[in-house]
Design a binder for this molecule. Structure first.
Ligand code: HGY
Ligand code: MN
Ligand code: MN
Length: 408
């Protein structure tokens, strides 16, 4: 059986971003489906019982399906230009952990069912809502809202879901499958520097900060770049750009621990010699206190309205996605600390499917050292020895949680 390093090597060239380094693996795209086929092939090669549910979540049962199962998994989609490990490390480590448990005879000791899971569209890079798959199965997002979500080409999730073999009439809360999960454990590359220089390759997750995404639309007056005096313009790009430029000071004025990012803009119609008629940007705000996220949003919105008023540009704001601050299950975390006594406890500035599931089933996370601390960029890294240390930690944690006698 291949180890985690060779498993990741198998998919290293799948979904590379054609525009430059990094990956482009949108949710429900042919790329994500190719990666899902890879996972299904690896799972079936291990004799696991694979099913893809109404929401596009892939389940691979190590034991016979059953109640109170221990489930581990992550995602295979990426952000545009994303790194190699965000998501796939957790999926490959889950497969490798099963190999390890089988090889050392611990699978037979388990007294709870064990399954692997792969959640689609975790990044929300295609339809705008983070963790779409885990939001659907838990009912956090209503099916109608999900089905009406549109991608950059204006394709609805309903259309795309049909294309990839899902029945739009069946997407949504899945009480039966959700009730089977007794514990959910997600291993993920650390998206930060918490594990650098402290001599530990694996950490236990304590929480995920509150984070949301809002779409700001600036509506001005399209016009000719050459015939419109500077004093006679209602230029949405000038307004939007001034707001973006104001963000660092506005955030600092509310709470220096908050983070706010504009990583995506769209100008319409986008001509070099054309004053745009509209500009959209997407704002990502995060803070451990949901109230502070709200205060930052209000402050930026107010600044945008002021700037829009001065420039004759209309500003509208709509929320796309919100994930409240999550504190992982303390009893599960204590059990993990019993297995991994050396592992530091880290909070996460990044969102995860485990953060959504944590509202419904005891959930926890393991983070594996990333020597660059960079993520959502090609420089994201994870040393091979640390990848293997993550698998050992995951295997021991799964053995413990599923009742094996000798779990280390
Ligand atoms: O955006 C996030 O925090 C995660 O990587 N999806
Ligand atoms: Mn991720
Ligand atoms: Mn991510």
């Amino acid at each position: 059986m291949s180890d985690v390093v060779s498993l990741l090597n198998d998919i290293r060239d799948v979904g590379r971003d054609p525009r430059g380094p990094g990956y482009m693996r949108p949710g429900f795209s042919s790329t994500e489906l190719n990666l899902r086929e890879w996972f299904v092939g690896e799972a079936q090669a291990r004799g696991l019982d694979v099913e893809i549910d109404h929401n596009g979540i892939t389940w691979a049962w190590v034991t016979a399906p059953g109640e109170n199962a221990v489930v581990t998994g992550s995602h295979l989609d990426s952000v545009p230009g994303g790194g190699e490990f965000d998501g796939p490390l957790g999926v490959a480590s889950a497969l490798a952990a099963v190999d390890q448990l089988k090889a050392d005879g611990r699978l037979e000791q388990l007294n709870r069912p064990l399954a692997l899971a792969v959640f689609p569209e975790e990044e929300g890079s295609r339809f705008g809502v983070a963790c779409l798959g885990s939001r659907l199965i838990t009912g956090v997002i209503e099916p109608d809202r999900a089905l009406g979500l549109k991608d950059a080409e204006g394709r609805t999730f309903a259309e795309v879901a049909s294309e990839v073999g899902l029945n739009p009439d069946l997407v949504g809360k899945d009480k039966e499958r959700l009730s089977r999960i007794g514990s959910f454990l997600e291993l993920h590359v650390e998206q930060g520097v918490g594990l650098i220089d402290i001599g530990q390759p694996v950490a236990i997750g304590s929480s995920i900060v509150g984070h949301g995404r809002w779409r700001f639309t600036f509506a001005g007056q399209g016009n000719h770049a050459g015939t419109t005096p500077m004093t006679k313009r209602a230029d949405p790009v000038v307004a939007g750009s001034q707001v973006i430029g104001a963000i660092p000071a506005v955030v600092a004025g509310v709470d220096g621990k908050a983070v706010a990012t504009v990583g995506r803009t769209i100008l319409h119609p986008g001509g070099t010699n054309v004053i745009a008629s509209s500009m959209d940007f997407w704002l990502d705000i995060r803070h451990p206190d949901d109230g502070v996220v709200g205060a930052v949003l209000r402050a930026i919105t107010q600044r945008a309205q002021e700037i829009g008023h001065d420039l004759g540009v209309e500003v509208t704001v709509s929320q796309e996605s919100y994930s409240a601050t999550t504190h992982f299950n303390s009893a599960f975390n204590q059990r993990l600390q019993g297995v991994l006594p050396e592992a530091p406890i880290l909070d996460s500035g990044a969102g995860h499917d485990a953060g959504i599931l944590a509202g419904f089933v005891p959930s926890a996370m393991l983070f594996v050292r990333n020597p660059t601390g960079v993520s959502h960029a090609p420089e994201e890294a994870c040393e091979e020895d640390d990848q293997r240390a993550g698998v050992k930690a995951l295997a021991d944690a799964l053995a413990m949680e599923a009742g094996a006698v000798s779990y280390t």
